[in-house]
Design a protein around this ligand. Structure first.
Ligand code: PPE
Length: 305
């Protein structure tokens, strides 16, 4: 689906017209994949658009940069304020938000030390990431033939643009084979996560999700869903998951800012009960939480205006 434009994009401290949010073809990060980025959603609430867990997302952007040795020239507070201003400028009740910090125009070559760091924040409406009604219908998953990169190759804990070559290879392979999404295994064979989501699997009534040491991103939705599930009385554990656990799981769901909570109906053509009762209960509360309809979690919704 082509991107739907919005009036303004934030670039290095200013809101510029969408059409003017341009970069030169010799922008460093375009060549070497050295940027760091975030994916955030703003939802319609009774008090206007609210950005879900905005401060945590911007803090993770700073952490991603720290891991790869990039210095972002704006503080977390400054980027939180800039994101709110950008969301408000769209006039939209809800949208997706994409902050990116990248090495800009001026230097080429692999040494990033002399490069300037530019920051942009773009917003646009982005619908259901894994298809409509992914909670009820579920998605068909394939274990990827591509391995998630290990911690000493490309740190998976940093949301670095170049890391997503790995995810794109896996996503396209899965789509071409007739599946909806791919599951990535770490170099040691354990389940890491999906191309753009964290994964949860239920075995023997216990909800398991792989640790960051297995190559998963420290997902903010993963954290949100864990809190919701525990408050529902479920036993949630961060633990390793083997491929075979997926084939005999009682329920599997994946989650991320873009994907929200989506059920899995099969893995490598082994059927998984879908939608599972735990998945349904969690997804329902998640949908209310992000819209500030659950008083217990209202602090996670940061009003844009
Ligand atoms: N793992 C990966 C690899 C990942 O990209 C995401 C987010 C997650 C886990 C979940 O993280 P969180 O959003 O904090 O719960 N992927 C973002 C980008 C997707 C894209 O296609 O671009 C997102 O969901 O916004």
């Amino acid at each position: 689906m082509p991107i739907q434009t919005t009036p303004k994009t934030w670039m290095n401290g200013e809101l510029v017209d969408w059409a003017d949010a341009q970069i030169h073809v010799l922008t460093h990060t375009l060549h070497y994949g050295t940027g760091v980025f975030e994916g955030i959603r703003a939802y319609e609430t009774a008090n206007g658009p609210a950005v879900f867990r905005l401060t945590e997302h911007i803090q993770r952007l700073h952490n991603s940069a720290k891991i790869v040795g990039m210095e972002i020239p704006y503080s977390v507070e400054e980027l939180v304020a800039a994101t709110k201003a950008t969301v408000a400028s769209t006039g939209l009740p809800s949208c997706y938000v994409r902050p990116i910090a990248y090495y800009g125009y001026g230097e080429m070559g692999l040494n990033t030390l002399p490069c300037s760091v530019d920051v942009a924040i773009a917003c646009w409406p982005w619908g259901a990431y894994l298809g409509d009604d992914a909670v009820n219908k579920g998605v068909r998953m394939k274990i990827s033939s591509w391995t998630r990169h290990d911690h000493n190759t490309m740190p998976p804990a940093s949301k670095t643009t170049g890391n997503y070559v790995n995810s794109s290879l896996a996503k396209v392979e899965a789509l071409k084979a007739g599946y909806d999404e791919a599951i990535m295994l770490a170099p040691n064979g354990l389940v890491a996560e999906c191309t753009g989501e964290n994964l949860f699997a239920v075995r023997n009534g216990i909800i398991l999700t792989p640790p960051t040491s297995a190559g998963a991103l420290e997902g903010i939705t993963q954290n949100t869903v864990t809190a919701i599930a525990r408050d529902l009385g479920y036993d949630v554990r961060v633990d390793n998951i083997a491929r075979s656990d997926l084939y005999i799981a009682e329920e599997i769901f994946v989650c991320g800012t873009a994907a929200e909570v989506s059920s899995v109906n099969s893995v490598d053509d082994r059927m998984v009960p879908c939608p599972g009762p735990k998945t349904k209960a969690i997804a329902e509360i998640y949908a209310r939480t992000v819209r500030a309809q659950e008083a217990k979690y209202a602090d996670w919704c940061e009003l844009a205006v």
